[in-house]
Write a protein that binds this ligand. Structure first.
Ligand SMILES: [Zn+2]
Length: 284
């Protein structure tokens, strides 16, 4: 399969018991999960039996798995406590990612708070995030996948070229990759529509970070127009991006073997329809 299509899935009740049952109902070929409350700092230990079942069922079903780290993480924060908790929280997500057999852990690139210049925030990213990458020494450690934001506030990374300084700050570490969220990049000002919208954006990303770094796509339509700097996801084809750019995603060389995960509204029915729609766009 050139591009597995799947969804972020709820896991309250168990990674395998709830999460993979949900994935099966959607016909998902790939899944993304939280391993902690996304709006908190807690770092819960997993349930080894459930972890084992998750790994085994993913392997049996040919399903790849990804972890999304908590939203509060901000390696650019000027608040010492937030920077420290970001390290603990991301280290936890990376460890849990390995325990459940995830291929990647997605983290938001954060923002330069407190009026500090971007360079100062990026120096802090280097100081605090690079050691976490250096800890990824096991063969089965996940990649750390940077997800850019819609460009609100003092985002460190929203346009494709913003990944340049961020990768530089992290010495373009071999365990570093990119998770491209179509809604975020559209909201940040990359119009994916038109005959060359998607292709041009992907070309720019590859020019910035090099080939092979794009490891995951968050496939979300956008309720708002390109350049609105608003992070409001919409169902595939129902928003301002529309279906065609998603069709184009499936044919660009940069997306070869890259899974697509939806994070769209509408609950389970909405997710099932979006997974089906993307598969149709992929399979023609
Ligand atoms: Zn996303």
């Amino acid at each position: 399969m050139r591009n597995p299509v799947g969804s972020h899935v709820p896991v309250a009740g168990g990674l395998a018991r709830t999460g993979l049952a949900y994935a099966r109902d959607l016909g998902a070929e790939t899944v993304q999960v939280f391993v902690a409350n996304p709006r908190g700092w807690a770092t819960p230990t997993g349930n080894p039996a459930e972890d084992e079942r998750f790994r085994a069922e993913c392997a049996a079903g040919g399903i790849t798995a990804y972890v999304h780290a908590p939203y509060l993480i901000n390696f650019g924060s000027h608040t010492e406590a937030t920077a420290e908790k970001s390290v603990d929280s991301l280290r936890h997500s990376l460890r849990r990612g390995r325990e459940i057999g995830a291929l990647g852990v997605v983290v938001h690139t954060g923002s330069a708070t407190g009026g500090r210049p971007r360079e100062v925030a990026l120096a802090q990213v280097r100081e605090r995030m690079l050691p976490l990458l250096d800890e990824l020494t096991h063969d089965d450690d996940p990649f750390l996948l940077l997800e850019s934001t819609a460009g609100q506030g003092f985002s460190l990374c929203s346009r494709t070229w913003d990944f340049g300084p961020y990768f530089e700050a992290l010495d373009a570490h071999p365990k570093l990759g990119v998770c491209l969220d179509t809604c975020h990049v559209f909201a940040a000002g990359h119009d994916l529509t038109g005959p060359h919208g998607t292709g041009r954006t992907l070309d720019q990303l590859v020019e910035t970070v090099g080939a092979g770094r794009l490891k995951l796509i968050h496939a979300n339509d956008s309720k708002d127009v390109a350049g609105a700097f608003k992070d409001r996801h919409e169902n595939i084809g129902a928003g301002r991006i529309g279906e065609e750019p998603f069709r184009a995603l499936f044919t660009h060389p940069a997306t070869e073997n890259v899974p697509l995960v939806i994070e769209t509204p509408g609950g389970k029915a909405g997710h099932a329809a979006d997974v089906e729609r993307l598969k149709k766009l992929r399979d023609g």
